[in-house]
Design a protein around this ligand. Structure first.
Ligand SMILES: *Cc1c(COP(=O)(O)O)cnc(C)c1O
Length: 399
């Protein structure tokens, strides 16, 4: 049977690979050889799982949302990644990667960040492990995401504003890669999503796969079967979705539904719906679907959600989309905002704007749900960071 997991060459169908400059070739090769043996070692597993339990607060609850279930005509469970330390799923990956960095003898960490969630997660694990840390962040994002910049600085990280391009995530990533090229032997680049050259997408997916590992036994406990009928998540680069589906990716009983950022509409210039409108290209070391002009210039993405504001999507999801294994739904800003208020008022949970893109698929899926269908939707993060945006739009919301 054909698998949707990575193949031996680092590809998912036609997507993925490792397109890196000569100077990084050896570093990426070393990581490629090292990551699986490290992740599978008893020593790593012991330390990683202990930190996930005692430091992050896992397992994250699988919460039966009663009122929302009645409204949408299914059994809706929310996977509560918003309850993790630092407020999102990003910490699962950051802990795993810093442990790998240490095992590989690296002494310095660099990272990129957009909304600042991955920057905060990385700064947090660097404080924990006493490692120097530099976080590249677009200068515009530094302005827009003040509280997260202050958290990173409090944690001891150096936040490095990037003034090139349109001063957002793509530009921060370019700069982080440039830094890595200058210090390939001592520096480990902690990438925050299932993007970048192989083995990053697979490594990040594995480090996030704790999400679906927990869903399996939690569903067995609650429903008497270890799989759902639907899995739903939002996709930026793809890491929370990859973690949610990891153990089900080849199980065709489970339907996969992913929400990407439509911005003001995927048919407008103001969008980040790269799966829906992107074309095949190479970005940040990987063959993926990117928003680009006919001559391969990146089109600047737009989304109300800084965490989904990226012109591409990781290779795993490109392949799921192209093969039809996953259904991908572009969600516009106003739909995401509405969904955030709905969850808040119906269940008392304020979700991150990114996660609201997953929730906003529920009204669009309602006609397909049967009352006995088990639907698991991942709430990737909490909405504290987005309160200002939510309140600004409060009066436009019709529930
Ligand atoms: C960063 C982020 C995302 C988007 O990243 P993925 O890698 O696609 O998961 C989604 N939700 C939250 C809360 C985030 O911080």
């Amino acid at each position: 049977m054909k698998s949707f997991q990575v193949d031996e060459n680092g590809y998912y169908g036609q997507f993925g690979g490792a397109y890196v400059p000569e100077i990084l070739y050896k570093t990426v090769e070393d990581l490629k050889k090292a990551y699986l043996p490290i992740i599978e070692s008893e020593e790593f597993q012991k330390e990683y799982r202990q930190l996930l339990r005692d430091y992050v607060g896992r397992p994250s609850p699988l919460y039966f949302a009663k009122r929302m279930s009645e409204k949408y005509g299914c059994k809706l469970y929310l996977k509560r990644e918003d309850l993790n330390h630092t407020g999102a799923h990003k910490i699962n990956n950051a802990i795993g990667q810093i442990l790998i960095a240490k095992k590989m003898g690296k002494t310095r960490i660099v990272a990129e960040t957009g909304a600042g969630q991955h920057g905060v997660a990385t700064a947090t694990v660097c404080a924990l492990m006493d490692m120097p840390c530099r976080v590249y962040m677009g200068a515009l994002d530094v302005e827009r995401q003040r509280p997260n910049v202050e958290r990173m600085r409090m944690l001891g990280a150096e936040v490095y504003p990037v003034h090139s391009g349109n001063k957002t995530l793509k530009d921060a990533t370019n700069e982080a890669i440039r830094d890595w090229c200058c210090h390939p032997s001592d520096t480990f680049y902690i990438i925050g999503s299932t993007v970048g050259p192989h083995p990053y997408p697979d490594m990040v997916a594995r480090l996030q796969s704790i999400i679906s590992e927990e869903i399996k036994w939690q569903l067995e406990e609650k429903e008497g079967r270890d799989y759902p009928d639907y899995l739903m998540a939002c996709v930026g680069g793809g890491s929370n979705a990859a973690g949610t589906i990891f153990h089900y990716i080849d199980d065709e009983r489970v339907k996969l539904v992913l929400g990407e950022a439509g911005g003001l509409g995927y048919e407008t210039a103001e969008t980040a719906a790269s799966l829906t409108i992107g074309t095949v290209g190479i970005l940040h070391g990987s063959r993926i679907k990117v928003m680009q002009t006919e001559d391969g210039q990146i089109i600047e993405p737009y989304s109300i959600s800084a965490g989904l504001d990226y012109p591409g999507t990781g290779p795993i999801h490109c392949n799921l989309y192209e093969t039809g294994r996953a259904k991908v739904v572009p969600i516009n800003d106003d739909e995401a905002l509405r969904a955030a208020f709905e969850l808040t008022r119906m269940e008392g949970i304020i979700p991150a704007l990114e996660s609201s893109h997953a929730l906003a698929m529920l009204p669009k899926m309602k006609h397909l749900f049967k009352p006995e269908d088990v639907v698991v939707l991942t709430v990737s993060g909490r909405g504290d960071k987005d309160l200002e945006t939510y309140l600004k739009h409060k009066d436009e919301i019709v529930l």
